[in-house]
Design a protein around this ligand. Sequence first.
Ligand SMILES: NC(=O)c1ccc[n+]([C@@H]2O[C@H](COP(=O)([O-])OP(=O)(O)OC[C@H]3O[C@@H](n4cnc5c(N)ncnc54)[C@H](O)[C@@H]3O)[C@@H](O)[C@H]2O)c1
Length: 439
Amino acid sequence: MFEKLRSNIVDKTARVGVIGLGYVGLPLIHAFIRAGFRTMGFDVDQRKVDKLRAGQSYIGHIPSELIAGWVAEGKFEPTADASRMSEPDVLIICVPTPLSESRDPDLSYIESTARQIAATLRPGQLVVLESTTYPGTTRDVVLPILATRGLRLGEDFFLAYSPEREDPGNPNFAASNIPKVVGGMDAASAELACALYSQAVVKVVPVSTCEVAEACKILENTYRAVNIALVNELKMLCDRMGMDVWEVINAAKTKPFGFQAFYPGPGLGGHCIPIDPFYLSWVARKHGMSTRFIELAGEINTSMPKYVIDRLTVALNDQKKPVRGSKICVLGVAYKKDVDDPRESPSFELMELLAARGASLSYSDPHVPKLPAMRGHDVPALTSEQLTPEFLADLDCALIVTDHSAFDYDAIVRHAPLIVDTRNATAAVVAGREKIVKA
Ligand SMILES: NC(=O)c1ccc[n+]([C@@H]2O[C@H](COP(=O)([O-])OP(=O)(O)OC[C@H]3O[C@@H](n4cnc5c(N)ncnc54)[C@H](O)[C@@H]3O)[C@@H](O)[C@H]2O)c1
């Protein structure tokens, strides 16, 4: 089994199946098609599958024409039929790993996917988990489910973990030019998974176990969460001391070694950084340890929306206006610059806080035309506003939450009476700076 699968991977006749066709899965399909593999895509969301079959994209940086081309040329077959998971030689799992209501890991998507794979697992298949999760998941959660099939690991089927490092909105990096860390459940699985990825990505970094590969991803994201918390705290101190934290950071980053710049913001967003560190703190608790850095970073980062609202309230007050009844437009609801993904965006909490104080709310985001329903948030049914001079002039405050490149910051500052900027997006604006409050 091993030799046959390895030679199929090496000569690219192996068929690659990706399970979960979201922000991670679809770019991965792209990388394997570029490398010359035929692919299948599985998703439980029939609407996504129908769109893909019709050659339509739902992810900003993957154009529809590309998908239409793959489908027409038979390089990509999207399906919602899990019983076909026996067809590909390789199955890569890219399903969500959210937190539960009590902020514990929710592995239900991984578990149900593993059960679907187990139902049709056949000799000669390699399964790779890519979803971000705590160290031990591949061994303790996925392997026992796959083993129910009665096949032998390392002889009949193979299992590995390789974390995704997608950076949405970054034009310099796609799945194919980001080095990939790979850990196998045994030597044979590791060798096959390394052979597979080395066909499609610039560099493969083998590590000794799945746990090391799982921990590597969590370390990368925790490192970001902790450093963002540090600069968020520094921002609050700088505000009190009358300094601009962005000027401090820009000065510090001229040091050619030993300093990596992180920037403050209105709170964390996205599927990874606000969530993944809690996977690590959960597994630490199971090992009788508390991860104090992570807890503290979480505390600071989650307090940022309230801090922004305090700054905004004071700025309106200085203009003799209460928040209640003030027209406030939130600029940017995607969680980061130039992407269309609003998941976990701090904009939603900011809007809730403003609504609770009686503000008259609107929003503008060129990448999010309609405000989507968000788990855990009570958001109004709004559509994105055009930032015309009249619209801006009629506001009491423009609150910049996401620094999209598409916004015309000169025009925003020229026409809006007050601008609360959480991203230093208006740094290059010269005229009207007295109307800008950084928060
Ligand atoms: N978005 C990122 O930038 C990013 C970066 C690195 C890692 N990750 C990690 O990758 C994983 C996936 O994230 P994403 O952003 O692609 O999520 P996503 O929500 O965009 O996509 C996940 C897809 O999986 C589908 N799905 C759920 N259960 C399924 C099942 N049983 N069978 C088939 N399909 C199923 C969903 O319908 C959805 O389309 C997560 O663990 C995340 O933490 C995400």
